[in-house]
Write a protein of this length. Structure first.
Length: 237
């Protein structure tokens, strides 16, 4: 296991000039990792791309692992901010509109530089502390979706994991991605899944409104209610 000190910046910039230097290093590292991959993305190459001496780079970062981890933390911060924006907005009425919020946030988080995201999530070191931060971000999204749709956490976990995984894979595999088409396809798939889950597996649903007709038709006979007969009626549409 790597020494945690080797994965931390050597110093926190307190003046604008130092902050600008750190930003140059991070931007240069992103370019180097994209062009050469993580294994060949040496600190010498990063320093050269940032137009700094290697000694100046080492004043701020002990190695390339610490640099990449800062890039990962930026991704985590962006994801946290995206969730915050979702919660600040008025809650949409339909299932599709609620899913749109999470799908759009995932696309926005990945579309900036998909090749860098591939390096970050497929080649980079992941110390336990960083994994804990990534898992916490994922769990936060799961919790908010579960509450928003009134569904079990396991169902919400499948939805959030699908959004994150497929967005990462699609954007990484397509040099010229069709974002609207991908968004629509993903929303359709998830809407179908949620409606099927609500209709077919009542034991997994926390909200009695998600119980399908075949489980309640005896109790509801003669009430005149029509919603129980429609698959997914309990999911807000």
């Amino acid at each position: 296991m790597a020494d945690p000190k080797r994965l931390r910046p050597r110093k926190t910039p307190r003046q604008q000039r130092s902050a600008d230097t750190v930003e140059r290093i991070l931007q240069a590292a992103a370019r180097v990792f994209v062009e050469h991959g993580y294994a060949a993305g040496t600190t010498n190459r990063i320093a050269e791309a940032a137009n700094l001496s290697i000694g100046s780079l080492y004043q701020y970062f002990p190695n390339k692992d610490a640099i990449l981890i800062q890039l990962v933390r930026r991704h985590i911060d962006d994801g946290t901010a995206a969730i915050g924006k979702i919660l600040e907005r008025p809650l949409p009425d339909t299932l599709e509109a609620k899913l749109d919020l999470f799908i759009a946030a995932a696309i926005d988080a990945h579309r900036g530089d998909p090749r860098l995201h591939r390096v970050i999530f497929e080649e980079s070191p992941r110390p336990p502390a960083l994994l804990a931060e990534l898992h916490a971000l994922h769990d936060t999204a799961v919790g908010h979706l579960a509450a928003m749709l009134d569904i079990p956490r396991l169902t919400a976990w499948f939805v959030i994991t699908t959004i994150e995984s497929l967005t990462h894979r699609y954007i990484g595999d397509h040099p010229e991605p069709d974002y609207p088409a991908f968004h629509t396809e993903l929303r359709t798939m998830l809407t179908t899944y949620l409606e099927h889950t609500a209709a077919a597996v009542p034991s997994r649903c926390d909200d009695p409104r998600l119980t399908p007709r075949r489980a309640t038709e005896g109790a509801g006979a003669g009430t005149g209610s029509q919603d129980h007969g429609r698959p997914g009626a309990g999911v807000s549409r």
